[in-house]
Design a protein around this ligand. Structure first.
Ligand SMILES: Nc1ncnc2c1ncn2[C@@H]1O[C@H](COP(=O)(O)OP(=O)(O)O)[C@@H](O)[C@H]1O
Ligand SMILES: [Mg+2]
Length: 440
């Protein structure tokens, strides 16, 4: 562990001096204290390890050990005992000392102990971070953002999470966090210890999707040589996440609706009703309401799903979250790539906040990942985000259709007026801006 700070506590200056010298040679930062009082005060300023004499003028080294461990249980302590005093050594170990060395000690041996001890702190810290992550893999706090719309989403998810209501519809553009929200719902619910099953409705042909979801009996179709439980059955007690529900064919929509209403279904080729208790969370990146109007989606299923509806806002409508998300991903990629990026240059941050983020948080995450792989210094600048300088011409083809749809006529009118105004009502120039006179 390079850069670790070692605090040497001994009232004998010569011992301190020899230890400090040797530690510095090995590349450690060092602090020195001659009394228990100094030791406790210096430890608060941050020391990873203490070499602690048992006999100090103002107090017993053991009491320093106890105080230090109380302030920061991760601090390692190696006790230095004057002669082989087994009782003290045992008590020190019980109070959390890592080890002890008896005076007169061998410097090499002490250095070896220091090295070993520091390795364990590093490990212990890493383990703690991992445990925390595991314990709360998808708590509501994993949804980053402090904008009003995202706060509302977080609050709503927490509320629905603990409510017994069984069906939830998540809508939002691609990359806005629908998968994440589904997991937050599951892991913040009483169902958390039961399975979370997830399937993308557009990924499979309809017959396969049906048997994946509902299972099948032996002999239900060619190749069905034994009975198979579907996802819904396997998720009993837990949550089934149906992604891209808008892509589900009408036959399956009907079967799903029946299941939502009756809480039971028949496996493909089966006659018996199978009863299960699952929460269905469905997600869509299109407006299901429009799909209903177009006759692609069953109205009754839409209303059944839409009882609890959470709309994930696009990132461009909550630009104040952009810096928070960026620093969240900088932290996480710093760990992953072992980098030390401190942040984004102010000019680049302004540009990033103004950027359209058509791919929402997913695009932002990928952009930060790419930037961090490219960056050599410790700051990200505009040059690390190539999409910021992509040609203007892209705008026309790249405008994402908002989930609530647009009024094309009004948009057209507004663009024409803007073009005319920008060109002082010169029609030819305005037509050029709008790309209308390329032929003539
Ligand atoms: N508010 C958020 N805070 C942190 N990460 C987010 C947030 N929203 C989305 N993400 C992350 O962005 C990526 C895309 O999110 P995802 O849930 O897969 O979107 P969707 O399912 O809507 O396409 C994932 O890596 C997800 O963890
Ligand atoms: Mg998704």
């Amino acid at each position: 562990m390079p850069n670790a700070t070692v605090l040497v506590v001994d009232d004998e200056p010569l011992i301190r001096w020899s230890l400090v010298n040797r530690l510095k040679e090995a590349g450690y930062r060092t602090l020195e204290a001659g009394t228990a009082g100094e030791a406790v005060a210096l430890h608060r300023d941050g020391a990873d390890l203490l070499l602690l004499d048992v006999a100090l003028p103002d107090a017993d080294g053991l009491s320093v050990l106890k105080q230090v461990k109380e302030t920061d249980p991760d601090t390692l302590v190696i006790m230095l005992t004057a002669n082989i005093d087994v009782g003290t050594a045992v008590e020190a170990m019980k109070s959390g000392a890592f080890h002890y060395a008896s005076k007169p000690f061998d410097l090499d041996e002490v250095m070896l102990l220091v090295e070993k001890a520091l390795e364990t702190t590093q490990l212990r810290r890493e383990v703690r971070v991992l445990r925390a992550r595991q314990a709360q893999p998808y708590g509501a706090s994993s949804i980053v953002g402090e904008s009003a719309p995202i706060k509302a989403v977080r609050a709503l998810l927490e509320k629905i999470g603990v409510s017994p209501a069984s069906t939830v519809l998540l809508s939002g553009e691609s990359g806005t966090g629908k998968d994440l929200a589904a997991k937050v719902l599951h892991y913040s619910s009483a169902r958390a210890s039961k399975p979370f099953m997830n399937i993308t409705c557009s990924a499979l042909p309809e017959t396969l999707l049906e048997s994946e979801l509902f299972g099948h009996e032996r002999g239900a179709f060619t190749g069905a040589d034994r009975q198979k439980r579907g996802l819904i059955e396997s998720a009993d007690g837990g949550t089934v996440f149906l992604d891209e529900i808008g892509e589900m064919v009408p036959m399956l929509q009907a079967k799903l609706l029946r299941f939502l209403e009756e809480k039971s279904f028949k496996r493909v080729g089966g006659a018996q009703d199978v009863k299960v208790d699952v929460r269905v969370v469905a997600a869509t990146n299109r407006s299901l309401q429009d799909e209903v109007k177009k006759g692609h989606f069953r109205e009754d299923l839409f209303y059944r799903l839409n009882v609890m509806s959470v709309v994930l806002p696009p990132l461009r409508e909550r630009t104040e979250d952009v810096p928070l998300l960026i620093s969240h991903y900088i932290d996480s990629f710093n760990t992953e790539f072992r980098k030390k990026i401190r942040g984004v240059a102010p000019a680049a941050m302004t540009a990033l906040q103004a950027y359209s983020w058509r791919g929402n948080v997913r695009e932002l995450r990928n952009a930060v990942e790419r930037a961090m792989l490219l960056a050599e210094g410790n700051e990200l600048t505009e040059s690390h985000f190539p999409m910021l300088s992509a040609g203007d011409g892209e705008l026309t083809t790249a405008m994402g259709l908002p989930i609530e749809g647009i009024n094309l006529e009004a948009l057209e009118r507004s663009l024409v007026v803007q073009a005319l105004e920008r060109c002082g009502w010169n029609q030819t120039k305005a037509a050029t801006l709008l790309g209308l006179n390329r032929v003539g």
